[in-house]
Design a protein around this ligand. Sequence first.
Ligand SMILES: Nc1nc2c(ncn2[C@@H]2O[C@H](COP(=O)(O)OP(=O)(O)OP(=O)(O)O)[C@@H](O)[C@H]2O)c(=O)[nH]1
Length: 636
Amino acid sequence: MAGGGKQTVGSKSSTGSKSKSTALSPNPLENSSLALVEQNQHVINAPIVSSYNDKIRPLLDAVDKLRNLMVMDEGIQLPTIVVVGDQSSGKSSVLESLAGISLPRGQGICTRVPLIMRLQHHPSLEPELSLEYNGRVDRTDEDNISEDIVKATNLIAGGGKGISNTPLTLLVKKNGVPDLTMVDLPGITRVPVHGQPENIYDQIRDMIMEYIKPEESIILNVLSASVDFTTCESIRMSQSVDKTGERTLAVVTKVDKAPEGLLEKVTADDVNIGLGYVCVRNRIGDETYEEASTIAHELFQTHHLLSKIDKSIVGIPVLAQKLIIGCAKESLRKVLLRGEFEEFSDDKRMHCTARLVEMLNQYSDDLYKCKESDPKINFLMEEIKILEEAKGIALPNFLPRNAFLVILQSKVRGISSIPIGFVDQVWSYIEDVVISVFMRHSENYYQLQLSARRAGHNLMAKMKERSVKWMMEIVEMEKLTDYTCDPEYVTEWNKLMAQQEVFMNGVNDGNRPPTVVMEGIGEIEIGVLRQYPHVLAQAFDLKMRMTAYWKVVLRRFVDCMALHLQLSVANLVNQEMEAEIVNELMGPYGGGIERMLEESPAVAVKREKLNKSIKKLRESKDVVAKIMDGIINYGD
Ligand SMILES: Nc1nc2c(ncn2[C@@H]2O[C@H](COP(=O)(O)OP(=O)(O)OP(=O)(O)O)[C@@H](O)[C@H]2O)c(=O)[nH]1
């Protein structure tokens, strides 16, 4: 559990899962988020909490606020995390690590009913826990929760090993927890044990399917490191409802027991897990959360096999973060990379893959249209001038390469502003799209929107700078050397050179008219060229080589740009974006966590006006009531 669970001020000692020190981190960014919890004199040691204090609180708060606004009554579903996996794969252990609430764990079937865990922040420092099932509500506390869950399960599903699909809801109201709903389900088993019905597998499968089918469910597929992922039943089930894996995240448990071959398994991704893998070593037996966290951290740092696994996919805090940011990323992945725009079907600007291709086509047209001068006017004069200046003590029939390069450089210089301008245009467009998506995901959060806007802007400036640098390098490369392996070049040159004889005869024979017609160029003046018979053949050759080669150069400018764009956009969405948002939110201009929830100035003004109106109306009501009283009394 790298990086998580740093400090705790327990309001009461319970399962031993809390320590009593509050050490300040040397990282000032971490301290700023710590300040909030220290003010409250109450820090909770659940990894999801410590991770979200560090990084993802604003996003969790957004979901939280939406829930408070009762958006569900309007038919909008908020994400629910559903935990599935084979029996004893470690589902309950993962959940309890995420939430910091003890759950029954053990060998054999433990979870026998759907356990719906609703975490809710509440202002009091005293946590309030209750279990709801079969229409009753039982109060409980952190010391007894595990035991009470077992008792309630027995009441619902009987004392044996049978299962029931009557849910058991555990409501955890605790200061500082994110508002999240997580569902623990019975583990998949094929073979009924003593006391279980023959169709236990079908019962469990139906129950799991019911919970993972809704598109708002994020499927947490818990896999023990020791099993073969490709034959895993839970993977087959999640694949049947989430074919592309876009809402499935794999959590690999028990890495301490089976570290061999794990790195290969998670990097091969034979089972197509869209949201990626997170490898964890859970709390075992009576370990406190802190002890478990330290052991896991050590393990991933020092174990000769586990230490090779990328740190971005290990530990419970990483899992907590992935669960939240994954959703926002998915929107951008869809519009920018996959061309899926259902979310924005009426807004053509957001149909990004099509818009990008159109821009690229326009860029290509601009490049091809950009001709320095009319080829018919002063035909070959530039080539002749350069050849005259490039002459040296050498045999006359060699075409000086330097002459070719001088012309090439001047041509490349002539078009170099087009790719740079295009880079500018494309990133401005992508900035627009990214910011629109950010705004959509942070609606109603003025401060969060400001930060997200800044993050988007900074990020695009960085991406643009990188692209411009890269494009300038390409321009320099094209200026430095003339090279292609494309056979088209020679074919094209031969075709053009086939006209040389007609052209030369036209120029050399003073009795012929002073113009010739050349294919692909038109009628050209040749009278003036009769003064340069010594360089004419070379100048013609030079021009034709350049014409053939220039087509190759322009094609390269378009192709490279297309590939570069695709790679940059993929990197932006898959890697860079997340880090930038988190930095911006937590950085000096992020304004701290509390400010995220402040309303916009416009709303504040409206609120003030409304409050004044309410006051006025109340006063009016009192006035009217008094008048009415007077009338009634008078009437009496
Ligand atoms: N060594 C080790 N043991 C683990 C790990 N995670 C879970 N366990 C142990 O595996 C056993 C099963 O864990 P649970 O969390 O109960 O698994 P479950 O999937 O919820 O089980 P059911 O609900 O019965 O299907 C327990 O004894 C845990 O202590 C881990 O990362 N490492």
